[in-house]
Write a protein of this length. Structure first.
Length: 277
């Protein structure tokens, strides 16, 4: 059974969780403090972005040479990561845990790019570049319990992610992917069926499902739900909740509330109060 890095840290009696915040489906924040410890991660699930907030010069990855971290250091642990760490001084750090499909889907949506182009290579004690500000903002949001601010930070972080050259095999062509996605975007209020999307692409339902998932990093159903929640976030600032649910293709208000909270960590009502304050 695979375990998250969070599970390995939680098992240590020298590690203190200073804050924890769920951002909804497949996204979790935690701010940690650790001191004089030895930690080992094995074949972890999900991706982790780690930024050292305070301290870190006494932290060394023992399976990765003699280099130690410093405040502001970035580590990226892709899914399946394994490593061993030795900590000789107290330091604080933030971890963003993201499920693979959620991260790749967010990247594809934000960058209008094939999800397989995402650069999610392992990094140890790297310069954070464009990721530092959003990760620090997410750490502060976790400490305040501010889900909305953390969600904004997550969007900013995804916008700062880079790509890498990839020889793409399979998946949808750029033309077909754009055609299908544009059709989804203009039919969010309708009952969107897999057969409709497959027909647009000129593929069987089974083949389309597989090709779409490769291109966008998540299934067609999850992608449509993601776009519906994103549209709902825009409309909640100015439209009644029942109207938002209908405009975004949710079968009922209760269905809308359930799916919105699942993806955002907040109910639509809580989200509306946050953006109004």
């Amino acid at each position: 059974m695979t375990r998250r890095i969070d599970d390995f840290l939680s098992a240590s009696h020298r590690t203190t969780r200073l804050a924890s915040l769920s951002l909804g489906k497949g996204r979790q924040l935690a701010v940690w403090q650790n001191s004089h410890d030895e930690i080992e991660y094995n074949a972890t699930s999900g991706h982790v972005f780690s930024l050292y907030l305070n301290g870190g010069s006494g932290t060394r990855r023992v399976d990765h040479g003699l280099k130690s971290g410093v405040p502001g250091t970035l580590c990226v642990f892709p899914e399946g990561h394994s490593s061993e760490w030795q900590i000789t001084e107290t330091f604080q750090f933030v971890h963003l845990y993201v499920a693979n499909d959620v991260l790749r889907g967010a990247y594809a949506h934000t960058h209008d790019q094939d999800a397989r182009c995402l650069d999610i290579d392992e990094r140890t004690f790297a310069e954070p570049g464009a990721l530092e500000r959003p990760l620090r903002a997410m750490a502060q949001a976790a400490l305040r319990g501010d889900t909305l601010a953390a969600d904004v930070g997550f969007s900013d972080m995804v916008a700062g992610l880079g790509d890498k050259p990839v020889l793409l095999r399979g998946g949808l062509s750029a033309r077909v992917a754009r055609k299908v996605n544009d059709w989804i975007d203009s039919h969010l209020s309708d009952d969107i069926r897999l057969g409709d999307l497959a027909q647009l692409a000129g593929l069987s339902e089974h083949h389309f499902h597989r090709m779409f998932s490769e291109t966008y990093g998540m299934t067609p159903h999850n992608w449509v739900t993601k776009l519906r929640v994103a549209r709902a976030k825009e409309l909640l600032a100015r439209e009644p909740m029942t109207q938002v649910a209908l405009a975004c293709g949710f079968s009922s208000q209760s269905h809308f509330i359930r799916r919105f909270k699942e993806h955002m960590g907040l109910t639509p009502g809580q989200y509306r109060l946050k953006i109004a304050s």
